[in-house]
Design a protein around this ligand. Structure first.
Ligand code: AHR
Length: 531
């Protein structure tokens, strides 16, 4: 549990963030030192590394050009997959990659992407030709090259249970069936591992516009027949089947979660699921989206206010899930999240190309912290999307590649993968811009698998640095060392010509009288280890 100390005034307003209560005190000055206490005597749940998952859809330059260039390309590659992109992604220790969609998944027919390829269309995203040169084997090769694992989305919208069941047999059986022999002839005699399987995508919308009851019928059928035959993935190592879940705060999604969870509770032996997905993008106006570049402090604060709604959404759907699953057997998997801005001028609007600024780095940190505070229930998340699409880690232009501020945040958070949540108590203070009031500071702490203590600190305030005085209960705190990410302007970005505008730099602090004083730059994300 995270608690917060505060100076309560008659003006103080309260917001609730996960298990943390923040008291926003407008009388606290930006210059006040913030006291933060870490209590290592009360360890919490494991922060599942799967919350740092990625999403790679056949959309714009996300797959083609972004990661797949083909073996004949002048861009250095291994079996068609870009070496520069693989090296950059490896450093993120990505736990899983969700593929092939998104909306694309419900129109994807896997057979067109093995052996002799069929050239098809991608009507969802720009109406372009889909060459299917990047198919099942190329995806499995890609995740192997970056050291990750597969999260496949199967086609429920326009496919059949038979098609999906055969895909899984093709991928996972060790026995000499016709499909296994075909897989071997295509270069992979050994069965693949598929740890995560999404049964449809946004079935309430692009995935087939289904009602919750109609989807439930599909779910029970697919869950019954789509089997993983890999001997390594039986018993308690079984593949997670993830049902389509809610897509926002409206009442129809409350009903959706209730319908699926109630049915799960009363299920027959013949079907099951281990996860429920949730999608939530940070977007203020779908018809007139905010720009990803050239914005000011007003838009900075509006977007960060919007992104904090993730907290309420998770709390709300967790409460419904708790009703039917108090033991938290079913994971909530936020398998699409991130900022969604207007397409960059001159880009194909169907390709969802946007820039990525320090605002996105802070947005990413705030969301990752929300997931960590809900670690008992939120055991998976996939930021949308990995390369060249929406809130990307990497942007490419032919042979050029640039790492975004969001990439750096994901790299800084690697120590939190599978770490044990440790409660922190602090007075967040308040940052205000016009009528918007936000917690000035956010923080999480965790102990990694080797026992090392890590602290993440976000300073949301774009104008003022803040000093954090850290004390640690239950262990010694002599020094802190780590990295911080900041930028000169709220809309600072990295470009192909200036790739290091937003780049982490080192920070450190030494303890005095048992306390560490860490100074956070304005609009910054910092991760330090404490020893
Ligand atoms: O990430 C882009 C799209 O957003 C996905 O294809 C879809 O699932 C969601 O609506």
């Amino acid at each position: 549990m995270v608690r917060s100390r505060f100076k309560l005034t008659k003006f103080a307003s309260i917001i609730i963030l996960g298990s943390m209560i923040l008291f926003l005190d407008p009388q606290a000055s930006a210059q006040d030192k913030i006291q933060l206490s870490i209590d290592t005597t009360k360890p919490g749940p494991k922060i599942d590394r799967n919350i740092f998952g990625q999403f790679a859809e056949h959309l714009g330059y996300g797959v083609y050009e972004g990661l797949w260039v083909g073996s004949g390309s002048k861009i250095p590659n291994t079996r068609g997959i870009r070496n520069d992109v693989v090296a950059a992604l490896k450093a993120l220790k990505i736990p899983n990659v969700r593929w092939p969609g998104g909306c694309f998944a419900d129109e994807y027919h896997w057979r067109k992407g093995i052996g002799n390829r069929a050239v098809t269309l991608n009507p969802n995203w720009g109406g372009v030709v889909e060459p299917n040169t990047f198919g099942t084997h190329e995806f499995m090769d890609f995740i192997d090259q970056i050291g990750s694992r597969a999260y496949l989305s199967i086609n429920v919208g326009s496919g059949t249970p038979q098609e999906a069941a055969e895909w899984l047999e093709y991928l996972t059986t060790p026995l000499p069936t016709t499909l296994q022999k075909e897989r071997a002839a295509n270069g992979h005699p050994a069965p693949y591992q598929i740890p995560m399987l999404g049964i449809g995508n946004e079935s309430w919308d692009c995935g087939g516009n289904m009602t919750s009851e109609y989807y439930l019928r599909q779910l029970t059928i697919y869950s019954r027949f789509v089997r993983n035959f890999n001997p390594e993935q039986q018993g308690n190592r079984q593949m997670m089947k993830i049902a389509v879940g809610p897509g926002g705060a409206e009442a129809r999604w409350t009903e959706w979660t209730d319908t699926i969870m109630k049915a799960w509770k009363n299920r027959q032996w013949s079907w099951d699921m281990q996860g429920l997905s949730m999608h939530n993008y940070t977007v203020i106006n779908w018809e007139n989206k905010f720009a990803s570049v050239g914005f000011g402090e007003k838009e900075y604060s509006q977007i960060l206010k919007e992104t904090l709604k993730m907290e309420d959404l998770i709390t709300r759907h967790t409460a419904i899930m708790d009703k039917y699953d108090p033991e938290k057997k079913i994971a909530l998997v936020v398998d699409e999240w991130g900022s969604w801005y207007a397409p960059l001028p001159g880009s194909n609007p169907g390709f969802l190309v946007q820039q990525n600024s320090i605002r996105d780095a802070i947005l990413a940190a705030l969301n990752l912290n929300i997931f960590a505070r809900h670690a008992e229930r939120v055991r998976g998340a996939n930021i949308a999307q990995m390369i060249n699409v929406l809130q990307a880690m990497i942007m490419t232009d032919k042979e050029k590649m640039v790492l975004t501020p969001t990439y750096h945040v994901f790299k800084m958070y690697v120590p939190f993968q599978d770490a044990t949540f440790i409660p922190v108590t602090f007075n967040a203070s308040t940052y205000t811009k016009d009528d918007i009031a936000l917690p000035r500071v956010d923080a999480i702490a965790a102990k990694d698998t080797s026992g090392k203590l890590w602290l993440e600190l976000t300073n949301v305030d774009p104008n003022n640095a803040v000093e954090i005085e850290v004390s640690v209960m239950g262990s010694n705190a002599n020094s802190a060392t780590g990295e911080t990410l900041t930028a000169s302007k709220v809309d600072s970005v990295n470009t192909f010509d200036a790739p290091d505008v937003v780049k982490p730099k080192s920070i450190s602090a030494k303890a005095q009288n048992g306390k560490l004083t860490i100074k956070l730059d304005p609009k910054s994300v910092s991760v330090v280890s404490i020893s």
